[in-house]
Design a binder for this molecule. Structure first.
Ligand SMILES: Nc1ncnc2c1ncn2[C@@H]1O[C@H](COP(=O)(O)OP(=O)(O)OP(=O)(O)O)[C@@H](O)[C@H]1O
Ligand SMILES: [Mg+2]
Length: 282
């Protein structure tokens, strides 16, 4: 009886909001935007878990100078605990690295997964936000992850190839029936006007030719201090508080925090959302 009440109570409480960061083309600033968003939310007192699904070179941990010792795969392969694989960063957010070859994550034994869920439940119930840094480009095996997102941030740059790849990606998501709230981040713009114009045009084209609609578009200028922050391995929202890219991130952060009460996947516990995200136990 008490157990039933506890479950009912848990289900009535809002669960963490899942925010996916994706792009059509690689190298457009996804990981930087994810990292700086996580730092900003943590600074506002929010509990944030970042899941790094990106298997490129400049992973989010490198950008932030974070020392990741273990990955999700080690949990299963080496019998580690959730505590061992979730890194508590100096910036106040937690980081879970998926490890290479995301494919393997889908294939673990049910018993081991149950261990993961029961250990993860504790950590997850505390979280306000789960931010997911995706690999570049559309990947069919990530369909569930895209669909499990409450908010979906698409990052692009003014490069024609980045715009085309972003549009192709969106077109596919539209056909798959994405329900998430969509945000656009125009990164590495050469002027605020260029950022705004591209954002506006991209939003118009999306509304006209797909079933999707962006809530809002934000821009970040191409700024040498952003590159410096990468070399220094320090999030720019901390080192360079008054540069335009910091304001761009702030805009996005406000939007993510504002629509908390109209979350797309509001129902369901943290573990249910994680199961959906990783296609576990379908
Ligand atoms: N606003 C900016 N101003 C200047 N340089 C930037 C800006 N945004 C990103 N960069 C540069 O682009 C590089 C790539 O950024 P990042 O690693 O975040 O891209 P990504 O989309 O995650 O790449 P990948 O697809 O490889 O995962 C950064 O290391 C930085 O040098
Ligand atoms: Mg990246």
């Amino acid at each position: 009886m008490i157990e039933d009440q506890a479950v009912a109570l848990r289900n009535s409480v809002d669960t963490a909001k899942f925010v996916v960061f994706a792009s059509g083309k690689g190298g457009v600033g996804k990981s930087l935007v994810t990292l700086n968003t996580a730092v900003s939310l943590a600074k506002r007192g929010k509990k944030v878990l970042v899941i790094d699904m990106d298997v490129g070179f400049a992973n989010l941990d490198v950008l932030g100078g974070i020392n990741v010792k273990h990955t999700l795969k080690d949990f299963f392969n080496e019998g580690l605990s959730v505590k061992d694989i979730v890194e508590e960063t100096a910036y106040g957010f937690s980081l879970l690295s998926s490890g290479n070859d995301v494919e393997d994550i889908y294939a673990f034994e049910m018993g081991e997964m149950e261990r993961f869920f029961s250990e993860f439940q504790m950590l997850g119930s505390e979280m306000d936000y789960v931010l997911i840094d995706m690999g570049a480009g559309y990947s069919e095996k990530m369909d569930n992850a895209y669909m499990a997102s409450d908010d979906f941030v698409l990052v692009l740059t003014p490069e024609p190839t980045a715009i085309m790849d972003a549009y192709t990606f969106l077109k596919i998501l539209s056909l798959k029936g994405l329900k998430s709230k969509l945000y656009l981040m125009v990164n590495m713009a050469n002027s605020l006007n260029e950022g705004r114009m591209l954002g506006k045009r991209f939003q118009e084209i999306t509304s006209k030719f797909t079933t999707l609609k962006f809530e809002k578009s934000y821009s970040m200028l191409n700024d040498i201090r952003v590159k410096k922050s990468v070399r220094e391995q320090k999030p720019f929202v901390l080192s360079y508080k008054h540069i335009q890219p910091t304001f761009g991130v702030m805009g996005l952060v406000s939007a993510i925090m504002e629509n908390q009460h109209e979350m797309v996947n509001r129902k369901g516990s943290f573990v249910e959302k994680i199961k959906k995200f990783f296609r576990w136990g379908r």
